[in-house]
Design a protein around this ligand. Structure first.
Ligand SMILES: CC(C)(COP(=O)(O)OP(=O)(O)OC[C@H]1O[C@@H](n2cnc3c(N)ncnc32)[C@H](O)[C@@H]1OP(=O)(O)O)[C@@H](O)C(=O)NCCC(=O)NCCS
Length: 290
């Protein structure tokens, strides 16, 4: 096992962590690319900046949940995590390609996991990397396969959606209550990031909300399947040429029904890792803010 030192992450580590994350996920996407899928791309400068801003947000709210692994004086791996009332979430976890599979991930994940060990629930969005899946399984997480629904939306299938409106800062309190009911904790400070990245749509009776950016569904939570369906149709109505709904567990079959009705495709991709809870529904989680 390489000689590594584990220490808390600081602001000065964020850009190196971003580079490691981009390298690690680019290598993973290249290795697991389906022949029919477009070639993986490196992150854009905007995506890199958003990643760094989000990570600095975790450092501000949860400094004890964010750790790095150092080899010599070089950061080679990291794990970022946060607590939201009853739920601990792993935001990101990566080790520099070339150093993976040698135990560094296990060492840097341990203190992040310990940070949430007293909470009854845990959530993480697992990649398809077999090394990640082994780590999460050994850390006590159950892995739930998920679907990505994707493709062009056939606009002639769009129904007239009633009782939805644009959301805003005044809606965050009831949205947090809904998150407490669905996953055990509010999104709290994370709404700021979500609002900055896209559009917030809510039902007029406050039974659900969704964040969308015209290309991807970022997050959806609702009280019942009917509200969830209406919100998803509204997101599809605002879709550009193609749209993607990632992170759909089989418990959220209402989303599969909507996507197939809109003539979109589906593929299996990644896992929702959970401890102390079953897959939330109706709920489509965010990859890092869960
Ligand atoms: C996931 C990741 C952070 C884990 O870090 P790591 O240093 O590689 O992990 P470790 O070496 O501590 O653990 C890997 C485990 O997989 C096993 N393993 C190693 N190579 C493997 C392979 N090719 N196939 C399957 N298992 C493998 C190891 O034996 C170890 O399991 P064990 O502890 O039960 O023996 C790292 O591999 C990575 O950055 N992957 C790409 C990005 C990613 O997927 N991040 C996770 C996001 S959810």
């Amino acid at each position: 096992m390489p000689d590594v030192r584990i220490r808390p992450m600081t602001d000065a580590d964020v850009s190196t962590a971003e580079e490691i994350s981009d390298d690690a996920f680019f290598a993973l996407d290249t290795a697991h690319r389906l022949p029919s899928a477009p070639a993986p791309r490196r992150r854009s400068p905007e995506h890199r900046a958003a990643w760094c801003a989000r990570t600095r947000g975790f450092l501000a709210s949860d400094p004890d949940g964010c750790w790095v692994a150092e080899k010599g004086d070089e950061v080679v791996g990291f794990a970022t995590s946060f607590r939201r009332e009853r739920v601990w979430c792993l935001a990101t976890f990566a080790v520099r390609p070339g150093l993976q599979g040698a135990g560094i991930g296990a060492q840097v994940l341990d203190p992040a996991r310990a940070y949430g060990a007293d909470l009854p629930r845990g959530m993480l969005a697992a990649s398809v990397d077999p090394r990640a899946l082994r780590r999460y399984h050994r850390a006590g997480f159950r892995l739930h396969p998920q679907l990505t629904l994707h493709g062009a939306v056939e606009r002639s299938t769009l129904p007239r959606v009633g009782d939805v409106r644009e959301g805003g800062a005044d809606d965050l309190a009831w949205m947090d209550d809904l998150d407490r009911a669905r996953r055990g904790g509010p999104h709290g400070p994370d709404h700021e990031r979500l609002l900055a990245a896209g559009r917030l749509v809510v039902t007029t009776d406050r039974s659900g909300y969704a964040y969308t950016n015209g290309a991807t569904l970022a997050l959806l939570a609702a009280e019942d399947d009917d509200a969830a369906r209406r919100l998803l149709w509204e997101c599809l109505a605002g879709a550009g040429e193609r749209y993607e709904i990632p992170h759909v567990t089989s418990e959220n079959y209402w989303a599969v029904e909507v996507a197939l009705a809109a003539r979109m495709d589906l593929r299996a991709q990644g896992y929702l890792g959970l401890r102390g809870m079953t897959p939330p529904t109706p709920y489509v989680h965010h990859g890092a803010l869960l």
